[in-house]
Structures are given as structure tokens and as C-alpha cells.
Design a protein around this ligand. Structure first.
Ligand code: FAE
Length: 529
């Protein structure tokens, strides 16, 4: 149930976007030369939790986001475009879309020429690994599948041994799921909907091969989805919308945490504001240099904003880059030597199987995954059963496997390019791919099926050169204390996926949110009361 404050906040956001504004909330808090009590970089999960909890504690917050404020409809009346008809809104300053599934029947029919624009999905290329990230107010919540999965407790305790697991499982995971509006699909609807045939088929085949399948909660409003299917509401998940944004049904951050945060009246969000540099002044405050650009990427103004407390929530890549740059250019020289270490793609490997002609997966497919194959005990793989909403029968079963890949990459700062470079090799991906292969070979053996090699380019059965789940770079308890306070500096915090060392065994959004809830509670109690 949305609260009054949440409704107020969401209407402030949509009204600002409709008026073509880049800033929502008190404008002075994002003005050049402003001094603010708390500055949050980014508007994804970690950032949104930070803003809400700080504002609830009475602390005014300024949020800076490099992407757009997405609620102003385009010429077609829609805010976002679909996967099947991408336009300039799809990707971040590209001349052509770069969808994860690059081809079909080896044909280059998926990607389209587009006009460069601050579109909602970015692909950041680093040699053997490309990382997809959301850009815009709401970060990854705008483009993701919304699978809201709590990790296995034993694996969570192994990955983050310094975090009290009892507190996480008793309090912060349930809190995160409530605030994110995570719910489960009604099994009766799932069992009968034409749009989940792909999922039922893949789950049945996994079970016939002896593997366990599970329903996973999601942040899509499944009651809305039912009404979409009945034709009573505009279609979104059922109209091929997801990685380039959902126009309806998804409870993304602008409808949850960010709406609530804005509803306090203490939060300002400035979109198209990219933080470039972080320094410290003589009083120990943080001086942040920010480029405000328009949608043609022309610089409107370079601002300097001083923050008494600075929270980094720019995502694993963004936060790590800002910290590395600050350390290696000498702006914040006392940051920990281990900044940039402990990065991983959450073992992501995408693969697809070719079903027999008598096992169709359906022309109609919901874009929201709701099931997974839980083969963690024997294969160290949790595989999301993913849709392939192509609008025609493909006989494809598609999976995003999350594997237990212990390999870790690291970032270095490239001064000439002024960017962080990821060091990750194809051989490091291969460790996770072997685990995914072991699971899907077993399923193929039982069914006499094979892999699809026409989808990922280069005749490959496994796409392990991109990820959706970047994790690490500023690892909790290594470059920060156990709550995200950075070593070497006071009043400087990391709040996002950079804290998690490379792997969490399931889709990570709930863990990022719950960890931020835990950390902010401790920080507000100890540092701000
Ligand atoms: P994130 O959400 O990435 O937000 C960071 C924000 O900071 C972005 O809006 C950036 O534009 C902004 N930013 C970066 N640098 C700067 C700067 N210098 N100045 C100003 N702003 C900046 O961070 N996870 C799940 O659990 N379930 C799923 O079903 C799922 N599906 C996914 C599907 C896709 C296609 C993708 C790309 C991701 C998916 N994920 C999923 C991953 C999930 O969205 C991701 O882990 C979180 O969004 C990361 O949250 P953070 O708070 O770390």
C-alpha cells in the first residue's frame, strides 16, 4: 500500500519530469556553490535507501544522478520503448543498440540504428567483460527483471562473514522486500497464463532431469499483469518491455524508496548531473565537482557542491571509479590500497537450449522471470528461467545462470583515459561457465536436446562475456568498516553493490537494499544522532 508521502513524492517526480525539469525537490540544494548536510551520488538501490533513511532522520539530502529523470512521455505517449522496437530511449549514447542477445538464427536482426541520447540502458565495455547498467533516476531498477531473491543463508554468511546474518534474515531482508513491494506470482495464474508457457516448459524439463525449481518473488505488480492479460490495462511486461524500461506494472525505485524520500520534503534529486571529482576541504567536508548536461550531452554548467557527509551509491562500476580516481590523482590519497579489488560478475552466464518441435515455448512471453532452477547444492548454479519475448515461436529455453565463480577481477585507474579499467579475462569467466555447462548438459542429456548457438554471436553456446550483476570494487570490511564507512576518511560512505565481494549466489537487488538498510541504520544511530 502506498503511503501519502509516497504518493506526494511520486507526483512531485512526475510533475517535474512533465515540466521538462532535471531537478525535483528544493532547487537550492543542487545549486552551484551550495553546502549540503548530506550528498548521495546515484539513485539506485543503495542510494535510494540512504536518501530515505537520512531524510526520515531529519537530514536534508541532495541526490546527483547522471541519467535522465524518466517520466516524461515521448511522442508515442510512452516513457520507455520496448525490446522489439528500440529507439533513442533504449541505450546510453549509442548509434546502434547493443542488446545482450545479438542475433537470431545467426542473423543480425536484433539491434537497430538509434540516435545518440541518454537512453536508459548502458553497456560498459571492458575487454573480456561488458557490464550492463541502468542509467536514470532509479538506476538499475528501471531496466532490471525485478527478481527480488533473498540469498541462501549459508552462502551469504560465507560471502559477508562480518555481517550479523541473524539481523539480516530476521529484519533487513524482510524490510527490503516490503519496501520494494516484492510479491510472488499466484501459482494458479502462472499455471494457466499463455505468457508463462516458456517458464513452465523449462521448469518441467529441469525437474524431469532431477533438478529442483523454485518460484522467486519479484517487484512487478502481478495483479496488474493479470489485468494486462485480460486487456483491462495497457500492456507492459506482456508487451516486451523490460531492459529498456517498463511503462507500467514494475515497482521501480521512483515508485517506492525514491517516492517516499521525496515525500519527506527534504530530498532533492538532480538528474543529468554527473559527479566527476571528489576532494576534501580544510574542514573535512567533501567538495564535489559535477557536470550538468542536457540530453544532447552539451555541458550546461560545471557545479561545485560541498557536502558535510558524502554517500557513494553510483553502483559497483561508478563508485569504484570515483574512489580510484580520487585516490590515484591525490584528491583523497588516504583511501585504502584495496579500492578496486574484489570485483566479480556474480558468476553470470547466459545460455539457451533448443527444444524439440513438440515443446514450444510460446509466441507470447512475459518479460518478468518468476522461476529458477536451484541446483546450488550439487552444481553450484542458480539459473533464472528467462523469457525471450520475440513475438514468434522460437522453441528456445533461455537462462541467466548465476554460478559460484570464485574468480575475482580488479580495477586500476587509467590516468590518460581518466577512467577505471577492469582487469578480467575470458579464462576467469570459464570457471563459471563450466558449472553452467555441467547443469545444462545434464538437462540436454535427459531430453536429447542441444544448445542454441545462433543467439550470442560467434557460434557460442554460452555468453560469459557480459553481466547484469556487477558486484564489488569497494568491499565491505576491507576498504570500509563493517558498515560502509571508508577507511582513511570520516563522513565518507559506500552504500551500494560495490560493497559485495563479487558474488552472492542469486540476483542481487534485495541484498544490496537490505545491506544498505542495515548500514544506514547503524550510521544514523552512531554518526548522526
Ligand atoms: P545502480 O542501481 O546501478 O545505480 C547506480 C546509479 O548511479 C545509476 O543510476 C548511474 O547512472 C548512477 N551513476 C553512476 N556514476 C555516476 C556519477 N559519476 N555521477 C552521478 N550518477 C552516477 O546501483 N538484479 C536483481 O536482483 N534482479 C533482477 O531481476 C535483475 N535483472 C537485471 C537486468 C538487467 C538488464 C540489469 C542491467 C541488471 C539487473 N539486475 C537484477 C541487477 C540490479 O539491477 C543491480 O544489481 C542494481 O541495480 C545495483 O544497484 P546499485 O545501488 O549498486
Amino acid at each position: 500500500m502506498a503511503t501519502r508521502r509516497q504518493l506526494l513524492g511520486y507526483s512531485a517526480l512526475t510533475a517535474a519530469a512533465a515540466a521538462g525539469l532535471a531537478t525535483v525537490g528544493p532547487k537550492a540544494a543542487a545549486a552551484n556553490g551550495a553546502t549540503v548536510p548530506a550528498l548521495v551520488i546515484g539513485t539506485g538501490y543503495g542510494a535510494a535507501v540512504s536518501a530515505l533513511r537520512l531524510a526520515e532522520a531529519g537530514i536534508p539530502v541532495t541526490m546527483l544522478e547522471m541519467g535522465r529523470l524518466w517520466s516524461e512521455p515521448g511522442e508515442d505517449g510512452k516513457v520507455f520503448c520496448s525490446i522489439t522496437a528500440p529507439d533513442k530511449r533504449s541505450m546510453w549514447f549509442r548509434e546502434r543498440t547493443e542488446a545482450p542477445l545479438a542475433s537470431f538464427l545467426w542473423l543480425d536482426v536484433v539491434n537497430r540504428a538509434i540516435e545518440p541520447y541518454p537512453g536508459v540502458l548502458d553497456r560498459v565495455d571492458h575487454g573480456d567483460m561488458a557490464v550492463y547498467v541502468g542509467r536514470g533516476v532509479g538506476g538499475g531498477s528501471l531496466v532490471n527483471g525485478g527478481m527480488a531473491v533473498v540469498p541462501r543463508r549459508d552462502y551469504f554468511a560465507e560471502v559477508l562473514p562480518g555481517v550479523d546474518a541473524d539481523a539480516m534474515y530476521d529484519r533487513y531482508f524482510p524490510l527490503a522486500q516490503t519496501e520494494l513491494h516484492a510479491t510472488s506470482i499466484d501459482p494458479a495464474y502462472y499455471a494457466e497464463s499463455e505468457y508463462y508457457r516458456f517458464s513452465r516448459e523449462a521448469a518441467a524439463q529441469a525437474e524431469q532431469a532431477g533438478f529442483k525449481t523454485v518460484f522467486v518473488p519479484g517487484v512487478y505488480d502481478f495483479e496488474y499483469m493479470r489485468r494486462e492479460e485480460a486487456g483491462d490495462e495497457p500492456a507492459s511486461a506482456l508487451a516486451s518491455e523490460v531492459i529498456y524500461g517498463n511503462n507500467h506494472g514494475k515497482m521501480s525505485l521512483p515508485k517506492t524508496y525514491l517516492a517516499k524520500a521525496l515525500g519527506t520534503g527534504l530530498v532533492t534529486i538532480a538528474a543529468r548531473h554527473e559527479v566527476r571529482r571528489i576532494e576534501q576541504d580544510a574542514d573535512g567536508n567533501y567538495l564535489v565537482t559535477v557536470d550538468h548536461r542536457d540530453d544532447a550531452n552539451e555541458l550546461i554548467e560545471t557545479k561545485r557542491i560541498t557536502a558535510e557527509r558524502l554517500f557513494l551509491g553510483a553502483g559497483s562500476l561508478g563508485t569504484t571509479e570515483l574512489l580510484l580516481r580520487a585516490r590515484d590523482t591525490g584528491d583523497l590519497p588516504d583511501l585504502d590500497d584495496a579500492i578496486g579489488q574484489g570485483w566479480g560478475p556474480n558468476g553470470n552466464v547466459m545460455t539457451a537450449r533448443a527444444n524439440h518441435a513438440w515443446e514450444p515455448t510460446g509466441c507470447k512471453q512475459s518479460t518478468i522471470p518468476v522461476t529458477g532452477i536451484d541446483a546450488w547444492d550439487d552444481k553450484r548454479v542458480f539459473a533464472e528461467i528467462a523469457p525471450m519475448p520475440a513475438g514468434l515461436e522460437t522453441f528456445v529455453s533461455l537462462y541467466l545462470a548465476i554460478t559460484d565463480n570464485p574468480e575475482r577481477g580488479h580495477f586500476t585507474y587509467d590516468a590518460a583515459a581518466d577512467r577505471a579499467l577492469l582487469h578480467w579475462t575470458a579464462a576467469q569467466s570459464a570457471t563459471g561457465t563450466a558449472k553452467a555447462k555441467s547443469l545444462f548438459d545434464a538437462i540436454n542429456r535427459v531430453h536429447g536436446t542441444t544448445y542454441r548457438r545462433d543467439l550470442f554471436g560467434g557460434n557460442r553456446a554460452f555468453a560469459d562475456d557480459f553481466c547484469y550483476h556487477p558486484l564489488g570494487g569497494a568491499v565491505l570490511g576491507e576498504v570500509t568498516d563493517e558498515f560502509g564507512r571508508l577507511n582513511g576518511y570520516d563522513r565518507l560512505y559506500v552504500t551500494d553493490s560495490a560493497l559485495i565481494p563479487g558474488s552472492i549466489g542469486v540476483n542481487p537487488l534485495v541484498t544490496i537494499t537490505a545491506l544498505a538498510e542495515r548500514n544506514l541504520e547503524a550510521i544514523i544511530a552512531a554518526d548522526l544522532s
